[in-house]
Design a binder for this molecule. Structure first.
Ligand code: C5P
Length: 324
């Protein structure tokens, strides 16, 4: 009897089952090679459990994220392309005639002229909390979770005093502009969001002559802050966020959105708190009843929200929704 005469339907079924089990449990040498190869390349970008730069295999993220655009200004990277300078100067046209390179010279004769945060590498795990000013923080009890991060970035006037349980008490960085300035303690980096060249002049003035008391409105002529911890967002970074991340929605990014991008560029892990409406649909601050305009206004708020949720879906940030 030859072998084919034994191929009854029952034997064929048995043979197929054996083959399936064999294929499932036999290690595939090609896959094995690729797995260990992947690990050695991708896992090395930082020492956190997940890294922002971990798997650069997401086309959506790779298209937008440009690590070569400097987030912070220094003397060496201060020169800008003509179109970038024009866009930035057009944001809030100023009647004041100023020479940008002179302002840069003054800035960096006062404040640290460094290449900040160029220390990314396989041994670093910098965790960052970005704390927005939404009322959804009230009742959240996020305070100790927020303070647990290496870097805690707060925005504009968002206070901690009296709200520690929900927002924490640590502030390593505060992003602000002249019209939103508050006093800082000596452990906090002041990070200027320069909408206009006048904002850079204001920064110089607050630490020297204190003669600038107005921009388009009254501003503080001086603030408490450690001048050795001052940083300035690069105008080219603002344009990059506007074009690459917001695809030109709105007129320019909100302070909150630019802060998230700043964190994505200097941290290995980013957790976001205090963004969005409260569960009742209101867009208040946690510290006052002013209605904010982040659902529209000059910032393309809806698009910012969608982009933040995309970042969350792609495991680049985690958004903590809060309580209210
Ligand atoms: O109002 P302010 O600009 O100081 O708030 C800082 C940031 O917090 C905003 O730019 C916005 O991104 C975020 N925010 C929010 N929802 C609120 C209030 C503020 O998303 N209700």
């Amino acid at each position: 009897m030859n072998i084919f005469s034994r191929l009854t339907p029952r034997n064929i079924a048995l043979l197929l089952s054996f083959m399936t089990i064999f294929l499932l449990y036999t290690p595939n040498p090609i896959n094995n090679t690729t797995d260990s190869f992947d690990d050695s390349i991708f896992e090395a970008s930082c020492s956190c459990k997940t890294c922002i730069m971990g798997f650069m295999d997401d086309d959506w993220f790779v298209y937008r994220y440009d690590p070569t655009t400097p987030a912070l200004l220094n003397r060496k990277n201060s020169a800008m392309r003509r179109d970038t300078y024009k866009w930035w100067r057009g944001l809030q046209p100023s009647t004041f005639r100023v020479n940008y390179s002179e302002v840069v010279d003054q800035l960096f004769s006062l404040f640290p002229d460094k290449e900040h945060y160029s220390d990314a590498g396989p041994d670093r795990c910098r965790t960052c909390a970005v704390v927005g000013n939404s009322a959804n923080l009230l009742g959240s009890h996020y305070g100790s979770l927020i303070d647990f991060h290496d870097v805690v970035i707060r925005i504009n006037k968002g206070p901690t005093k009296g709200y520690e349980k929900d927002v924490g008490s640590k502030t390593t960085h505060r992003i602000l502009y002249p019209e939103s300035a508050v006093d800082l303690d000596n452990s906090t980096h002041l990070v200027l969001f320069p909408f206009k060249i006048r904002d850079m002049q204001w920064l110089i003035s607050t630490f020297t002559t204190r003669h600038i008391t107005r921009t388009y409105t009254r501003v503080k002529s001086s603030i408490n802050a450690d001048e050795n911890k001052v940083m300035i967002l690069h105008p080219a970074f603002i344009k990059y966020v506007y074009e690459k991340w917001l695809l030109k929605h709105g007129r320019y990014p909100s302070t909150g959105f630019i802060t998230i991008l700043f964190a994505l560029h200097i941290c290995d892990q980013v957790n976001v708190f205090g963004f969005g409406a409260s569960s009742t649909g209101t867009w208040h601050h946690y510290f006052d009843k002013t209605r904010t305009h982040y659902k529209g206004g000059p910032h393309g708020g809806d698009f910012e929200n969608k982009t933040m949720h995309q970042l969350q879906q792609r495991n680049k940030i985690s958004i903590y929704k809060g309580y209210r």
